[in-house]
Design a protein around this ligand. Structure first.
Ligand code: BGC
Length: 729
């Protein structure tokens, strides 16, 4: 009855929101700010707060997470429609790298440097999820991560702010499609605001302490990019930042996000993070936690129950202004209006669409496409790869050859238990070679124990073969949330297995499945071919086979540096020079270096090989002295001088030689992914303006400074052609 009033009138969304708000009691408003996990079941257990369904009926819940499927969401929405205000629920879920069709990990997709493909992956995920009744994904994770010990490194776009920002934009646009209000769009949620990826020691949920300059320059831009791309929501984070938990952080949420950036969506807490401010030692109890979070600008409380239990009293006690509640509720209602849910709360509940999106062939085919693009070729001596399909005997050895679920990686729990649709490596290679080759198999060892009793069989199988493909890595539950690890070496006895097989003298190709950079120095130095395959999703086996047999020429480039050993972490390309820079890797004499370890990473940011070879000309610059309004055009000619057609990611880096604060030795400022036929050359041009030179100074002023700049272009962050310009104000 009430609902009719505010839906029929010809008003703007803001006016509609206001008219709804006027009709709501304080308790109903606070209900909108409350989100529970969806352990709902009509016959299910009663939770500690009593029956959640009755709470929906009483208007005490604005959103539910982890409820999927048209039938299930419809049931709950029907209950919401029995509430006095009939305000529809929002259904949220972590759709991190696919819903039904699982794509490569976000970090792996980042290795494609292919923004349209990354956007399409998010688009498909949104289409599938929205068809299953979901309105809102808790993605993309846009946390910059320079520490691979942190298990959630898999969930983001790696170490670089520029690449991370471009990918954040692509993902937000992909999830939200042509706009909220379309039934194939889900609300995006850029997370975790902010600096969660900089947890001390790479230990999940740990504290973060950094200068505001670094925060603004390195960690915040991907969030800003997400906001500018229209992200409907932001999730705050578990960590404290310089002593203030992000959830209770006014500087982050009110000053920057809602103030400077004019963010119009709403902020959801991370799971329980409002209540966790008690553990942080920042709030005495849930009453205080709710006060701090609400006042700091956290609009919705995920699962801590602090809001629903305390906000009414806080308002009555004068500790939280009614205007704070109203502002939060308006933000939430606005999104519900934009999603069209007030018009039709069941518009995402279409059984026919749900069915049509289930096992959709186009989506599955695309999963194979993006999986191929995500693969990084780390080493290929004597062009061992690609393989000929006519090999007589191919040995497939290792714990990942027949691994099934591990191909999906962490955050793929929306995948049901019908593992038959996951293409294993074994299956993918069989599909590729058919009866042309004889495939032999030995597991060799488990992923993470010390048993070597499978080694003999593996050696025997290797000896009977012409080539050995060894598939090793970390299990999918070893990287992800709460999966920080201090030892990043290949787990268990896998590297020993590789050494043992190498002794047979057979040519070896090592495939590494992982959600983060691992350490595998012996393999890197002794095995002729190495392919980093991450976790690639439902089509993993087919995609890897496409690469191994040359149907696809790999073009992936690392979005994060690979350390030589854990003691080198954090190692990232855009560091400062220091007052005593090492001249090279051997220089250790009173310079900034380790005496027992090289400074350079094992594999640098932006690195990745192709089956073909790309040569770069010297850089040509249209000007070497510029004024503020000038555009610098920097170009190189890239030539495919190898034997295959292929793609190359041409990367532009800039260094500001002298600044009022020190500047990194190089910073990515642009990239282009180009396709060159064998023998073809192309000029690749980048345009640089003073906007690309801006940074935060000590007073947090964002501007550029006149002076000398080094311009670098290359196929990775180390191997670059250089030029210099002077830019005058
Ligand atoms: C994670 C979030 C996630 C939420 C809901 C939390 O533990 O940190 O990234 O969206 O759970 O599943």
């Amino acid at each position: 009855m009430v609902q009719v009033l505010f839906c029929t009138a010809q008003k703007t969304i803001d006016q509609k929101v206001d008219s709804v708000l006027k009709l709501m009691t304080l308790d109903e408003k606070i209900g909108q700010m409350n989100q529970y996990n969806g352990d709902f079941d009509a016959t299910g257990p009663i939770t500690q707060d009593g029956d959640k369904q009755n709470q929906i009926r009483a208007g005490k819940l604005g959103s539910v997470l982890n409820v999927t499927g048209v039938a299930h969401t419809r049931t709950l929405q029907e209950i919401a429609m029995q509430s006095r205000m009939k305000i529809p629920l929002l259904f949220g879920q972590d759709i991190i790298h696919g819903y039904r069709t699982i794509f490569p990990l976000p970090l792996a997709e980042a290795a494609s440097w292919d923004l349209p493909a990354i956007g399409k992956s998010a688009r498909i995920a949104a289409t599938e999820a929205s068809a299953a009744g979901i309105h809102w994904t808790f993605a993309p994770m846009v946390d910059i991560a320079r520490d691979p010990r942190w298990g959630r490194v898999m969930e983001g776009a790696g170490e670089d702010t520029y690449l991370g920002s471009r990918i954040a934009t692509a993902r937000v646009k992909g999830f939200q499609g042509s706009g909220l209000g379309n039934t194939d769009a889900v609300m995006a949620c850029a997370k975790h605001f902010a600096a969660y990826g900089a947890a001390v020691g790479g230990r999940d949920y740990n504290s973060v302490d950094m200068s505001l300059r670094q925060l603004n320059e390195v960690y915040l831009p991907p969030f800003k990019a997400a906001v500018d791309a229209g992200a409907a929501t932001i999730m705050n984070s578990f960590n404290d930042l310089n002593g203030t938990p992000a959830t209770g952080n006014k500087y982050l949420q009110r000053d920057i996000l809602k103030g400077q950036w004019k963010f119009k969506g709403f902020v959801v807490s991370d799971w329980g993070s409002v209540g966790e401010m008690i553990n942080h030692g920042y709030a005495k109890d849930n009453y205080e936690a709710a006060m701090l979070a609400a006042n700091a600008g956290s609009d919705m409380d995920m699962e801590s129950r602090s809001y629903i239990r305390n906000l009414a009293k806080l308002v009555n006690d004068g500790k939280v202004e009614l205007s704070v509640i109203d502002e939060a509720v308006k933000r939430i209602l606005k999104k519900k209006f934009e999603m069209g849910l007030f018009k039709d709360p069941y518009r995402f509940c279409d059984e026919a669409r749900e069915k049509q999106q289930w096992d959709n062939t186009d989506n599955i085919n695309f999963s194979r496409e993006i999986a191929k693009k995500s693969i990084v070729l780390l080493k290929n001596e004597k062009q061992l790869l690609p393989l000929s399909r006519q090999q007589k005997n191919i040995a497939l050895v290792g714990p990942f050859v027949k691994a099934v679920r591990d191909n999906l990686g962490f955050w793929s729990y929306t995948w049901p238990d019908d593992t038959a649709r996951i293409v294993t490596l074994w299956q993918g290679i069989q599909n590729k070679v058919g009866s042309n080759a004889n495939l032999l198999y030995a597991k060799g060892c488990n992923i993470n124990d010390s048993l070597k009793n499978g080694f003999d069989e593996a050696v025997a199988v290797a000896k009977q073969s012409d080539i050995v493909i060894l598939s090793v890595g970390e299990a999918s539950n070893m990287t992800g949330e709460a999966k920080s690890r201090s030892n990043l070496h290949l787990p268990g006895v896998q590297e020993e297995l590789i050494k043992t097989i190498a002794q047979t003298g057979k040519p070896i190709i090592v495939l590494i499945s992982a959600g983060r950079p691992l350490v595998f120095n012996w393999t890197a130095d002794n095995v002729p071919a190495i392919v980093y395959t991450w976790w690639l999703g439902t089509q993993a086996g087919n995609a890897i086979a496409d690469v191994l047999f040359g149907d696809y020429n790999p073009a992936g480039k690392l979005p994060i540096s690979f350390p030589r050993t854990e003691g080198q972490i954090p190692v990232y390309y855009n560091h400062y020079n220091t007052g005593r820079p090492a001249k090279n890797d051997k220089d250790v004499n009173y310079v900034s270096a380790y005496t027992d370890l090289l400074n350079s990473p094992k594999y640098c940011f932006g690195y990745g090989l192709s089956y073909t070879k790309f040569d770069y000309s010297a850089i040509s610059l249209n000007k070497t002295t510029l004024n503020a309004a000038d555009k610098l055009e920097a170009s190189v000619t890239v030539s495919n001088t190898g034997d295959y057609d292929g793609e190359e990611v041409v990367q532009l880096y800039v260094r500001d030689m002298v600044g009022s604060v020190v500047r990194p030795i190089k910073e990515l400022k642009g990239f282009q992914k180009i396709w060159l036929k064998k023998g073809e050359s192309r000029e690749v041009k980048f345009t640089i303006t003073v906007n690309d030179l801006k940074f935060f100074d000590d007073a947090l002023k964002y501007d550029w400074e006149a002076g000398e700049f080094e311009i670098m272009i290359g196929g990775n962050s180390q191997d670059v052609k250089r030029g210099k310009v002077v830019w005058n104000k």
